[in-house]
Design a protein around this ligand. Sequence first.
Ligand SMILES: Nc1ncnc2c1ncn2[C@@H]1O[C@H](COP(=O)(O)OP(=O)(O)OP(=O)(O)O)[C@@H](O)[C@H]1O
Ligand SMILES: [Mg+2]
Length: 458
Amino acid sequence: MAYQILVIEDEQDMQFTLREALHRRGYEVVVAGDGSQGIEKLRGGSFDLILLDVRLPGVDGISLIPKIREIDPMAVILLMTAYGSKRLAMEALQAGAYDYFTKPFHMDEMYVVIRRAIEKRQLLQEIRELERKLHQQYDFKNIIGNSGSMREVFQVVQKITDTDVTVLICGESGTGKELIAQAIHFHSRRRDHPFVKLNCVAIPEGLLESELFGHEKGSFTGAINRKLGKFELANKGTIFLDEIGDMSLTTQAKILRVLQEREFERVGGSETIPIDTRIIAATNRDLSKAVQEAKFREDLYFRLNVVMLFIPPLRERREDIPLLIEHFIRLGNAKFRKNIQGVSPDALALLMSYAWPGNVRELQNYIERATVLSDDPVLRPACLPPQVSHPSPGAAPPQAAPTQNLKDIMSDLEKQIVLDALSKTNGVQVRAAEVLGVSERSLWHLVKKHQIDVGQLK
Ligand SMILES: Nc1ncnc2c1ncn2[C@@H]1O[C@H](COP(=O)(O)OP(=O)(O)OP(=O)(O)O)[C@@H](O)[C@H]1O
Ligand SMILES: [Mg+2]
């Protein structure tokens, strides 16, 4: 599709020249003879570029720039000026124009700038799209959980998201602590500023201060340039202190100091820099026990533990397993271009009774792996790893989730049974109905209710 250029220009000769020249280069051109016409055209369509004359009847082009940006914040504007005045040009750039031309100009010169300007617009659009996807990825609706305990977590999260309150997230490995920390950040008013993760155990002691607070050039051997520390990088955003339960006493002391004083200095620097950063900390350890054992400073514990979120292990909220499976199948389908419809009842029973020492992360790995490996549109025990598909004899017997809503369990089971019958009969509905002992009409209703794609099962 040809790029669309809006030309806002009153001189007829110039209109004609631009229209002809740009057409010849394959652009589509819309011409407006004055400011209000230009605005009207802009409201009616989307343009890849706007060529704006600085002197228009009754208004100067520069004063139009804010109005144009109001209608299309990503508009790329090239200003045309007859005066060659540096002052006007600077004003235009300050007002948000991309570049300017001084009349008379060579069309060849103009083409180069036009191409670059359109590229910039495309880049802006791509960035906007990526940002949208990023925010969507951290949407709360992508944090799956309908169990009572997870709903309690979501309730607290909702209350604290838009505040600056310090949050301590506790839970076993793989329960979703980082996911929740990110969701809090991307829903807070700090969302347009950085989310900086600091892994508190991964830093070598000698580099600790520089990692946290940055350093000035030449402050120690090897400090070739000024470097910003994590606290400075997280300015106006959120810093995520991960694995705080495992940090050394030296790190604890440094972090406590910055949390108390809310300011720091770069290594080798004299300037005091205030911090404007929200703190979210996470650990898979029992911090109060670590405090009792004198492994974690009590004063730091109280500073971090303003609001505590405890994410329960997956084995204590098994009713979330079917929802998570569905979610990860959806993700796997999109990622690997597959069309898996669900899991077979026997595979579901195995997944429900497994102990999940690696929690949601482990479940996600198994389901995504099975999604890739399965030739069948329904995931069966054979695509699950042996520890799940062949539980050791001493393992806990399959448990029904005690708090799961009966209606949901029934509906889930019903879907799995219908899927299983359809896949065994290669999607032939008459035969599947026979296997299930229901009429064809009832089967049709079931297929619709559970949104089963029968075509895929053939
Ligand atoms: N409730 C959930 N819904 C959807 N995905 C989840 C959920 N919980 C965790 N996950 C996914 O599981 C994986 C592990 O989550 P995350 O990294 O947040 O865990 P963690 O608690 O920080 O683990 P660790 O303590 O090992 O760092 C991620 O891919 C995350 O997207
Ligand atoms: Mg983590």
